[in-house]
Write a protein that binds this ligand. Structure first.
Ligand code: NCD
Length: 292
C-alpha cells in the first residue's frame, strides 16, 4: 500500500474494496496516541469536520488550521517547508489546497502519510470512497449501474476522482453538462482505454428514466476561467416523475440551486445520508493509513 492517498489511482479496485469493507463507524481507541494534522488552505465544512470527528472517534487527537492566513503561508513560507514541519509533528496529514498538485508537494516533503482532501480542480479521492460506499449501501452494487453525473464536470474534483474509480467497475456513465463544462478529455480517454460505456447530454430529462444514480454537482464558480454559463443544469421536481423507483440522488454538497429543497423529502434524496457516511468512511481510512 502506498504511503499517501493523493488521487484515487493510488488505490486499485481491491484497495478500494478493502477500505469499504472495513467501514463500520464504531468508536474505539485504536488511534489513541496518534495525531492528525488537519491542514485546510481552502474552505471546507464536511471534509474537515468529518476527518476531525473520525480521528476523535478513534481515540486520536487533532491539530491544524482552517485558514491559510493563520499560518506562515502569510509570511511567504513555501508549501513544501510548511508541510515538512507539520509532518514532523503529526502521524497523518489531511490537506486541502486550491492548487492542483499541492497534495503531491506535501507528500514529497514528509515521510508522514498525506491524504488529499481536495487539490484545486484536480482530485478529491476520499469523497469518492464515500460516494462508492453510499452507492453500494443504497443499490447493493456498483457493477451494472447506469450513473448520470450532472453539472460542472470540467472543474468538479469529486467528479474527476469518481469517474476514475468508476472506470474500474462495469458501469454505464451518462455525462450531463453545459458544453463549456464537459468532462476533461484525459478522463474520456481513460474510459475508452478501460472500455467503459459513456455518452454526453445537455439535459437531465434525456437520461433520468434509465438512471440508477444521479450524481449532481454545483458550478465551481471559484474555478471558472472566463466561461460564461447561462444554462440551468438543475434538477426539477417534475423530472423525477420519469425516474425509476429505486433511483438515488447523490451530491457531494454544498448544493446551490441545482437541487431544490423540496426534493429532500422524496425517497430519491440520498445526499444527506452520503454526507453522514463521511465520518465512518474516514474512520476506516485513517485507521488504514496510520498503520500502513
Ligand atoms: C466538494 C469539494 O470540496 O470539492 N465538497 C466536499 O468536499 N464534499 C464539492 C464542492 O465544493 O462542490
Amino acid at each position: 500500500m502506498k504511503k499517501d492517498l493523493l488521487g484515487i489511482d493510488d488505490l486499485d479496485r481491491n484497495g478500494i474494496e478493502e477500505i469499504l469493507q472495513e467501514v463500520n463507524g464504531k468508536s474505539s481507541s485504536v488511534l489513541s496516541g496518534k495525531i492528525l494534522a488537519s491542514c485546510f488552505f481552502e474552505p471546507s465544512t464536511r471534509t474537515r469536520l468529518s476527518f476531525e470527528t473520525a480521528m476523535l472517534r478513534l481515540g486520536g487527537k487533532v491539530i491544524g488550521f482552517s485558514e491559510a492566513n493563520s499560518t506562515s503561508f502569510q509570511k511567504g513560507e513555501s508549501l513544501h517547508d510548511t508541510m515538512r514541519i507539520i509532518g514532523d509533528f503529526a502521524d497523518i496529514i489531511v490537506i486541502r489546497h486550491p492548487q492542483e498538485g499541492s497534495a503531491k508537494i506535501a507528500a514529497e516533503a514528509t515521510k508522514t502519510p498525506v491524504i488529499n482532501g481536495g487539490d484545486g480542480a484536480n482530485e478529491h479521492p476520499t469523497q469518492t470512497l464515500i460516494d462508492l460506499f453510499t452507492i453500494k449501501q443504497l443499490q447493493g452494487t456498483v457493477d451494472g449501474l447506469t450513473i448520470a453525473l450532472v453539472g460542472d464536470l470540467k472543474y468538479g474534483r469529486t467528479v474527476h476522482s469518481l469517474v476514475k474509480a468508476l472506470s474500474l467497475y462495469s458501469v454505464n456513465l451518462c455525462f450531463v453538462s453545459p458544453k463549456a463544462l464537459g468532462l476533461p478529455s484525459s478522463l474520456q480517454q481513460l474510459l475508452r482505454e478501460r472500455n467503459v460505456g459513456y455518452s454526453f447530454y445537455e439535459k437531465i430529462e434525456e437520461v433520468i428514466d434509465r438512471t440508477d444514480i444521479l450524481y449532481m454537482t454545483r458550478l465551481q464558480k471559484e474555478r471558472l476561467q472566463g466561461e460564461r454559463i447561462e444554462q440551468d443544469f438543475g434538477l426539477k421536481t417534475e423530472m423525477l416523475s420519469l425516474a425509476k423507483p429505486h433511483l438515488k440522488i447523490l451530491h457531494p454538497l454544498p448544493r446551490l440551486s441545482e437541487i431544490p429543497p423540496e426534493i429532500d423529502k422524496t425517497p430519491f434524496a440520498a445526499y444527506f445520508t452520503q454526507a453522514k457516511n463521511g465520518v465512518a468512511v474516514r474512520m476506516a481510512l485513517l485507521a488504514k493509513y496510520c498503520f500502513r
